[in-house]
Design a protein around this ligand. Structure first.
Ligand code: 26Q
Length: 831
């Protein structure tokens, strides 16, 4: 029997019979057993990592029972499975969340304490899988959490990058990128599936031939073949027994191919072949915008999409005889266009490999796929150069052409407008020809959605307007959400305790329950407890940062926080201009005693985005001056938190009082950090952009610090020849701030250093900082005044959290389930 084939009948096994007792004693016993049997260590010689791993295995063993029960329940019951395809999953550290979801945290804490081990140290020791850039990857992780919690059969499909998003170090104020070796000490949460592998073809050419039944067929003769292996990570639901899985693909060399080289004695070529194959899933691209012409990125996308689809087909064909009916068993969601090659790949599999007609294959495809768009910036829409596409995926290009031909024929019939047809075409014919991935995703999907109300409206009016005109019924909005389990319960124990004491324990699965906190905003005793929880978190963050980076912070100051990727459109530099204005206010005596603040920044810049990197340097340079100036240092501190990631985020959101959501209106698709801050009781200073608008709608105008131009006003200002230099000339305070920056005051006299920033602001100001400056400063002044009245501030903080129910990812996922996927929960019984 081949080693991967199953034995004819399963031996009776009770997966829970082994050593899975709960309670402190059982945990302790198994922990020590794991230290011994899985790590070959005993307490006297064990390192912290050994302890961490022994504990992780102890937890994993207990979680597997749920996984096996879930697999069985889905096998017998599942009507339709969601396949969430994403090139990124930023799941964060796993130990804490698994303990929470298994309800084991306190027993484990005690078991560890009895061995003189501090659970917090082990939690802090875990290195997170940084398999994403930012918002989009973290959204995929929140959605996996909610899908499990809502008991929806789901597989998350993605890439197991050997190196995730780089670790950010700061040297002399500059960002330095360091390889993220997250697998160095092993990953106890993943389970390699050695029995599952899929072959993925790349390059080569196609040939026509006539099959046995006399029909014309196409054969793809690849130049290379790589093998995909998968690693599964369990994803637990909260308050239910369901455990879904995240299946990530790794590329390895395909032996049969290098054997050919071996056989002709070309050992080095064989080894090189192996290295090239394994390069495919080596590293996550660290840009949160597409980079043109990167062949490896296209290969990565195709590799994971092909493995995932072959895997779904494999599972489907365990029960069915042909691909007929596939659309009733799978709802595939495309997280942006990164996996959009799944559309021609499903067509290829159906037609070339499983013998379906084009018509039936297309019917299945369009009924299976949904597409989520995450950007409005036209330059951030993926478009692959045609020659490159052809070089990697010759068969897919033929299929894309055929999809396009049929689509344009159909569209021509309704539209009869050649310029519109040119815009709808899957091929951009201007200049160097390109395959437009968003167009491909729209044509191949039955549902298209944006990620916040404004974003969806703007999609319909701008980047996807032609598709909207053709198929208005395909479009819908699904405002993003975040999981309150990770971003409240796990991150913020003091607040969690207080909320549960006040309104019971239903809220983590039913976040609109938080509304019941609202009456308590008028209760002075409750306000005091609320403020105390916030203060505890501020002290904890201050301690954490002082331990890690040696900065001394005052928890009695207003904690003002902007954490997100560094981008011009997100306008971290507008925040810096406010810091400089405050600094000047103190120094000149115009505002000698402002509300004391600590202004936190955190976020990574794409390694090739030099202006974003200069913004990081600017933050550090301003910090150096204001933090050391005797006149200002007790009133104003600037802190850059290095290496912002999920783990750091969990310390930051609970301690924040002011959430900076200050992108130029119309540029931020949604934002999700804004929601995490709100849940944790921070007030927002923000523009009418992305989900800020909906947050403001929920909390009310009185509980939100609004500033800035609207999307329409931004548009009009541009149309009317916006002149940033004129704004600068007209506003004395703005002039003083910019002049101080250009003078070299923050750069030890180096006037050239920040010139690129100042130059852009005065000459082009693509993101309208000059236009929004005065209004931003006014809103910041309102913040400072509001903070003076602590009772009022705390009331607003409670109201913000109480009205954050809408932004649970459970609500988002419920909408996807009802309106796009048509899937139902499958209960896994509590055995
Ligand atoms: C594509 C091709 C080649 C290289 C890189 C990429 C690439 C990688 C990542 C393009 C985009 C991304 C990430 C985008 C992203 O995170 N967008 C954010 O998505 C969030 C979730 O919907 C929104 O809240 C944010 O507003 C949006 O910016």
């Amino acid at each position: 029997m081949p080693s991967t084939e199953r034995p004819p009948s399963h031996p009776p096994l009770d997966p829970k019979a082994a050593h899975l007792g709960t309670g402190v004693e059982a945990i302790k016993r198994d922990f020590l057993a794991n230290l011994y049997t899985r790590l070959a260590k005993f307490p006297a010689v064990a390192t912290r990592n050994d302890y961490y791993r022994a504990l992780a295995y102890t937890v994993r063993d207990r979680l597997l029972a749920r996984w096996i029960d879930t697999a069985q329940a889905y096998f017998h019951d599942a009507s339709r499975t969601v396949a969430y395809l994403s090139a990124e999953f930023l799941i964060g550290p796993q130990l804490g969340s698994n303990l929470l979801y298994l309800g084991m945290t306190e027993d484990v804490r005690k078991a560890m304490a009895s061995l003189d081990v501090d659970l917090e140290e082990l939690l802090e020791h875990e290195e997170e899988p940084g398999l994403g850039n930012g918002g989009l990857g973290r959204l995929a992780a929140c959605y996996m959490d909610s899908l499990a919690t809502l008991q929806i059969p789901t597989i998350g499909y993605g890439i197991r990058y050997e190196f995730g998003i780089f670790d950010q170090q700061i040297r002399d104020g500059w960002q330095l990128e360091v390889t993220d070796k997250w697998l160095r000490l092993g990953n106890p949460w993943e389970i390699p599936r050695y029995d599952i592998e899929h072959m993925v073809k790349l390059g080569g050419h196609t040939e026509g031939y006539t099959d046995a039944r006399g029909r014309y067929r196409v054969r793809w003769v690849p130049e290379r073949v790589v093998k995909g292996h998968c690693y599964d990570t369990p994803v637990l639901g909260y308050g239910v027994k369901n455990a879904n899985m995240l299946r990530l693909w790794e590329a390895t060399a395909c032996e049969s191919f290098d054997f050919q080289a071996f056989n002709v004695g070309d050992y080095l070529r064989a080894v090189q072949e192996k290295m090239v194959s394994e390069n495919l899933t080596k590293v996550l691209y660290p840009n949160d915008e597409p980079e043109a012409g990167k062949i490896l990125r296209l290969e990565q996308q195709y590799f994971f999409v092909s493995c995932s689809l072959q895997d779904m087909v494999r599972i489907y064909l365990q029960r069915a005889k042909s691909l007929h009916g596939f659309q009733d068993k799978y709802a595939i969601q495309l997280n942006d266009t990164h996996p959009a090659l799944a559309i021609p790949e499903l067509m290829r599999l159906a037609i070339d490999e499983y013998d379906l007609s084009w018509e039936e294959a297309w019917d299945i495809t369009t009924k299976t796929f949904g597409y989520t768009n995450h950007t409005l910036l036209p330059e951030a829409l993926e478009a692959w150069s045609l020659p490159l596409f052809k070089r990697v995926l010759p068969r897919h290009l033929e299929i894309v052409y055929e999809i396009n031909r049929r689509f344009l024929d159909e569209a021509r019939f309704v539209l009869r407008d050649e310029s519109r047809l040119a815009r709808l075409s899957l091929i951009d014919e201007h200049g160097d020809k390109r395959v437009r991935m968003a167009n491909l995703a729209c044509v191949g999907s039955h549902a298209i959605n944006g990620v916040a109300a404004l974003h969806t409206e703007l999609l319909k009016q701008t980047v996807l307007d032609d598709f909207y005109a053709l198929w208005p019924q395909k479009f819908s909005n699904k405002t993003n959400g975040v999981t309150p389990r990770r971003f409240m319960m796990l991150s913020n124990p003091p607040l969690t305790k207080l909320i549960t004491k006040s309104i019971g324990d239903k809220w983590p699965r039913e976040l609109t329950q938080l509304a019941r906190l609202e009456p308590l905003a008028n209760d002075a005793g409750f306000r005091e407890e609320w403020a105390k929880a916030k203060h505890t978190n501020k002290v904890a963050l201050a301690r954490h940062l002082s331990r890690l980076h040696g900065v001394v912070l005052d928890p009695n100051t207003l904690f003002d926080v902007q954490v997100k990727r560094i981008h011009e459109y997100k306008r971290q530099h507008l925040n810096v201009l406010h810091v400089i204005a405050m600094y000047q206010g103190i120094k000149t005596g115009q505002n000698p005693s402002p509300t004391p603040r600590t202004v936190f920044f955190g976020g990574k810049a794409a390694p090739g985005y030099w202006l974003a990197k200069l913004v990081i340097k600017l933050i550090h340079s301003v910090a150096e001056v204001v933090n050391h100036d005797k006149a200002t240092r007790d009133l104003l501190k600037v802190v850059f938190i290095p290496d912002f990631n999920v783990k750091v985020a969990q310390h930051v959101y609970p301690a924040a009082e002011l959430s900076e959501q200050i992108s130029t209106a119309g540029k931020e698709a949604s934002g999700t950090g804004n929601m995490k801050f709100q849940m944790n009781g921070a007030l927002t200073i923000g523009t009418l952009d992305g989900a800020n608008i909906e947050i403001r709608e929920e909390v009310g105008a009185d509980n939100f610090f609004l500033f800035g131009l609207t999307t329409q006003e931004v548009h009009d200002a541009r149309a009317n020849g916006y002149d940033p230099r004129a704004v600068y000339e007209a506003q004395p305070q703005l002039r003083e701030v910019i002049d101080l920056l250009s003078s070299g005051y923050f750069s030890r006299g180096d006037k050239a250093l920040f010139e690129p920033i100042v130059g852009r602001l005065l000459d082009r100001d693509d993101y309208m900082l000059m236009a929004d400056f005065a209004s931003y400063i006014a809103a910041q002044d309102a913040v400072s005044r509001a903070y003076q009245d602590r009772e009022r501030w705390t009331r607003m903080s409670i109201i913000n959290s109480a009205r954050s129910g809408k932004f649970s990812s459970d609500r988002s996922i419920q909408e996807y389930c009802d309106e796009i996927w048509r899937v139902k929960p499958v209960d896994v019984e509590n055995k």
